[in-house]
Design a protein around this ligand. Structure first.
Ligand code: G16
Length: 541
């Protein structure tokens, strides 16, 4: 039986960089999840449609899935494809949407944010191309949340999501599928599993930290079962509702155990970590950290070594705050390089139009045209394929890369949970001063240009403004100031720092040392301490 429930709009259901993210308790509040899901169905349409549904297994994932299924049935959906246990990594969901040519999908995740009753939950809608909804759609969804007066839900028992196969829910088909199988097959079609298997058989050792999040089952199946990596290669492999208390954000701060192992005695050859929903990755060699910007550049320069990319790349795209290292590779390859605002959704049109093959972001996201999301395990496998083909260490590959292309020293400093009003005031003051900055000297550096990044989509012509303040110094260095779109507490200021050094003479500096003059100048320009009371970042990557 379908019930129509009267409701009223709830303030603040505005999707951010990737979907709606809030404290779990907020999502579990009266009508909160239901209002948002109904707004999604009202905007994208539901009657007769097929969707994919899954999430990263965090607390409330299982119950939210049952609510969404009952609402899909009440709104007339024909079929929903659900990962067993309501689990799907974000890239696997993107693949299932494309593979089954569905009308889109709902992904339950707050990505790299911690999970649990006092932590974060999230819901996002992905389009029929498998990618995150573009701004026009998320804006319509938001508008709908401000007008909503009712939602529809069927009264029924839970669907048994532990049992693979077809179930019926008030006339709607619910197909529970193995969350790993189709994704693993896709990976086998892109990479030389034989070459990687031979490398593992030859004694190559790896550590994969799945951080008690969704990639565990994927990594065990692909790395250990199919590629022959030693049992126990994948640690923290069981997805847990609270991620075992971990902060499933693969960076040197939150994946410290992995970093310690990779820099310790008897370190394995290769280390990697992934985030809550499996779209991010961090890659580490024995005794050497690979920054996400460098990772994108190395993957672009070597992708042709993997069968799926043997024909070369159409182009490369990076988000604006990502270092220009990939641009140098693109120039050398004679292919196009694009600079987009932060947010994977901005890559969608470029990928759909076949203008680019690889994309990447400084925020530990890398991916290609195989799906329409960033893909953590995909990046790990491409690195493994390159290591198997080149038969060199990660350090050897990086050093050769820097010697060839020069090095873009890079770091991001995060100042977290700042009072929103103070962060906004700092950005407003900075924006107000932009016009006067070029030509001035700050802390011994000359400012060449300063702007607020705006992007015109080359495919549909849409314009996105105010995407972050860029201050460019002479010599190719820069500082970028931007407020995070994914935090759930106050504001997070991200300060992105970059300095280019040509040729081999720049090697082996510590990035923080190499960037010290730019860090000083950035603080002076924005008055970070005066506005926010903070002079030291909470997280440095
Ligand atoms: C999301 C987007 C990414 C983006 C990141 C930025 O990542 O999918 O494309 O780079 O947000 O985060 P912020 O706005 O905090 O800098 P994820 O992994 O959280 O979905």
């Amino acid at each position: 039986m379908t019930t129509t429930v009267a409701t009223t709009p709830i303030a603040g259901q505005k999707p951010g960089t990737s979907g709606l993210r809030k404290k779990t308790a907020v999502f579990m509040g009266r009508h909160y999840l239901e209002n948002f899901v109904q707004a999604v169905f009202d905007v994208v349409g539901c009657a007769g449609k097929t969707f994919v549904l899954g999430g990263d297994g965090r607390y409330f994932n299982d119950r939210a899935a049952q609510v969404i299924l009952r609402m899909a049935a009440a709104n007339g959906a024909a079929r929903v494809i659900v990962g067993q246990g309501a689990l799907l990594s974000t890239p696997a969901a993107s693949h299932l949407i494309r593979l089954n040519q569905t009308d889109g999908g709902i992904i339950m995740s707050a990505s790299h944010n911690p999970g649990g009753p006092t932590e974060d939950f999230g819901v996002k809608f992905n389009m029929p191309n498998g990618g995150p909804a573009p701004e026009a759609v998320t804006e319509s969804i938001f508008t709908r949340t401000t007008e909503i007066t009712e939602y529809r839900i069927v009264q029924a028992q839970d669907v048994d999501l532990s049992r693979i196969g077809r179930h019926d829910l008030a006339g709607m088909a619910v197909d529970v599928v193995d969350p790993v199988a189709d994704y693993a097959a896709l990976m086998e079609s892109l990479f030389s599993f034989d070459a990687i298997r031979a490398m593992f058989a030859g004694g190559f050792r790896m550590r994969m930290d799945s951080m008690c999040a969704v990639t565990g089952p994927y990594a065990v199946e692909i790395l250990e079962n199919r590629l022959g990596a030693a049992k126990g290669t994948v640690v923290n492999a069981a997805p847990l509702p609270d991620f075992g208390g971990m902060h499933p954000d693969p960076n040197p701060t939150w994946a410290k155990a992995l970093m310690d192992e990779m820099f310790g005695a008897d370190a394995p050859d290769f280390g990697a970590a992934s985030d809550g929903d499996g779209d991010r990755n961090m890659v580490v060699g024995r005794g050497i950290y690979v920054s996400p910007s460098d990772s994108l550049a190395v993957l672009a320069a070597n992708a042709h070594l993997a069968p799926g990319y043997a024909r070369g790349l159409a182009g490369v795209a990076r988000s604006m705050p990502t270092s220009a290292a990939a641009d140098r590779v693109a120039a050398a390859l004679g292919i196009a390089a694009y600079e987009t605002p932060t947010g994977w959704k901005f890559f969608g049109n470029l990928l759909d139009a076949a203008k680019v093959t690889l994309c990447g972001e400084e925020s530990f996201g890398t991916g290609s045209d195989h799906v329409r999301e960033k893909d953590g395990l995909w990046a790990v496998l491409l690195w493994l394929n390159i290591l198997a083909a080149r038969k060199q260490s990660v350090a050897g590959i990086l050093r050769e890369h820097w010697a060839t292309y020069g090095r873009n020293y890079y770091s991001r400093h995060d100042f977290e949970a700042i009072e929103t009003a103070k962060a906004d005031a700092m950005m407003a003051a900075l924006r107000g001063r932009l016009a006067g900055l070029p030509g001035t000297d700050v802390q011994g550096l000359t400012i060449e240009a300063a702007d607020d990044f705006a992007y015109t989509d080359p495919v549909d012509g849409s314009i996105s403004r105010a995407q972050g303040v860029r201050v460019l110094f002479s010599g190719g260095s820069r500082a970028v100031f931007r407020l995070s779109g994914t935090g759930t507490e106050g504001a997070t200021l991200r300060l992105y720092l970059e300095r280019y050094v040509a040729g081999p003479d720049g090697l082996d500096h510590n990035p923080q040392q190499a960037l010290a003059p730019i860090i000083r100048a950035a603080h002076a320009i924005a008055g970070i301490a005066a506005h926010t009371g903070r002079s030291t970042p909470d997280v440095v990557t």
